[in-house]
Ligand binder design. Sequence first.
Ligand SMILES: Cc1cc2nc3c(=O)[nH]c(=O)nc-3n(C[C@H](O)[C@H](O)[C@H](O)COP(=O)(O)OP(=O)(O)OC[C@H]3O[C@@H](n4cnc5c(N)ncnc54)[C@H](O)[C@@H]3O)c2cc1C
Ligand code: FES
Length: 286
Amino acid sequence: MRLVTSELVESREILPGQWIQSFHAPWLANGARAGQFVHIRTGDYSGLVLRRPFSINTADAVTGIVTIHFRTIGRGTEWFTRLRPGDGIDMLGPLGRPFEVDQRSQHLLLVAGGLGMAGVRFLADEAIRDGRQVTLLFGAASAREVYPTALLPDEVEYVIATDDGSVGHRGFVTDLMPDYEAWADQAFACGPAGMLAALARLAAGRRGRMGVATLGRKRGGGKADPLGSTAARRKAFLQVSMEQNMGCAVGACLGCVVMGVSGTPQRVCREGPVFASDEINWEAGW
Ligand SMILES: Cc1cc2nc3c(=O)[nH]c(=O)nc-3n(C[C@H](O)[C@H](O)[C@H](O)COP(=O)(O)OP(=O)(O)OC[C@H]3O[C@@H](n4cnc5c(N)ncnc54)[C@H](O)[C@@H]3O)c2cc1C
Ligand code: FES
């Protein structure tokens, strides 16, 4: 983790109220992994004290460019849209624990709801670089909010659901999950908490529905990996990236907790933002 001033290279509005900004940040582009985030200071102009967390949308170690993808929702994100190329911003990162892909997994299912695209986008790049196949299920309210295909690598199979049926499947993106659960070796999701909870319920019932879902994986061999460990996450079928309001983003203020199944609060900024879906008590209502 480092705190460095990064220079804005490009800023563009890709959808109404949704922006992708590119920063020259070689130190971050080299070290970041999919699922991690940055904490950005909004600057003196806005007078805002707290930093704002954003998923690392993409990171290119060759060019040193890191991007974030955000929706303008309040004063901080409005301030970002007024930045111009050449402006420097104060960026802390990479923060949090990344997605963990089992080396045996060939078929990755990515599921994104709305701005959740920013949470899984980098994983698509990493997976394709490593020779894996990627299907990305994306859900939005309507066609006007659908993430442009042109911004995804060609190798990704992109399947869309919209609430109003204006493009793709009419209904929730979670409706599509059962069609892919036999194909997928692992699934990775980011989006609204309700979407993640629904996916977690589906993942919990998958083994029973599939019968042979554990084929190729040793069962009962040795001690189970402790819940929350990297090894346990790497074996989980579903990993989720959580977004909670944050204060410090370094584990000190407990402003970002969700409840773990063991009854222990989990800090999204330190134990997360990525968790295996079976680590979280989805009924706890944090
Ligand atoms: C780990 C992590 C990664 C994130 N990645 C992204 C990303 O890639 N793209 C993106 O657009 N947003 C992302 N967010 C949410 C983003 O941090 C907030 O939208 C942003 O801080 C809002 O700042 P603001 O000053 O514009 O809004 P504020 O004026 O602070 O708040 C405006 C409204 O947004 C709500 N809000 C603030 N923070 C959050 C939050 N964390 N989650 C949900 N609602 C919030 C507030 O409750 C309020 O209603 C992420 C959050 C976390 C914790
Ligand atoms: S934001 Fe302070 S502990 Fe997570």
